[in-house]
Design a protein around this ligand. Structure first.
Ligand SMILES: Cc1cc2nc3c(=O)[nH]c(=O)nc-3n(C[C@H](O)[C@H](O)[C@H](O)COP(=O)(O)O)c2cc1C
Length: 147
């Protein structure tokens, strides 16, 4: 059987208005329902008004979901950091995992070394750091923090 093509997209963005915890939960509920239909897996992080999201799945589905999310006026400055083919999913267990991790925890990730201080947020991540962050989740180090 031919192997299904896969790609992932990693982006960051900035909220246009402060999200309450309830609003994040509501967003995740919609995202998870849609993503399970679309065969999309991934993770969403939210810190200090900025989002970091990984979407993985069939390439055209990932691209069209990214376009749809990008048009959502609850965030702005939606910036694609990585879009590339992948061999296998890094986050296959989650239709959209959500991890509420602290800046202290982020700064303890090897390779990020105190990147998140002061005004730095997810929107400042470059490709290397974005992948370092994804790898920290892939390795399962933060598995217990993912809901
Ligand atoms: C930061 C952020 C992340 C989102 N992630 C997803 C997602 O992973 N999947 C999804 O379907 N919608 C996601 N959305 C919501 C979409 O922009 C859109 O509101 C939703 O898909 C509409 O769903 P509906 O077509 O079922 O009404 C996200 C929105 C924001 C602001």
């Amino acid at each position: 059987m031919e192997k299904t093509e896969l790609a992932h997209c990693i982006y960051s963005s900035a909220e246009t208005k402060t999200f309450t915890h309830e609003e994040i939960i509501a967003l995740l509920e919609v995202a998870r329902a849609n993503n399970s239909q679309l065969g999309i897996t991934g993770i969403l992080l939210y810190d200090n008004g900025s989002f970091f999201q990984v979407l993985e799945g069939e390439p055209s589905v990932v691209q069209s979901l990214y376009d749809k999310i990008g048009a959502d006026n609850r965030h702005r400055a939606v910036s694609k950091i990585v879009y590339e083919p992948i061999e296998e999913r890094d986050l296959s267990e989650r239709t959209m995992g959500y991890a509420d991790i602290t800046r202290e925890e982020l700064n303890r990730i090897d390779g990020l070394n105190d990147f998140f201080c002061g005004q730095q947020s997810y929107i400042d991540l470059d490709e290397g750091r974005a992948k370092t962050l994804l790898n920290a989740f892939k390795e399962g180090k933060w598995r217990s923090s993912i809901s």
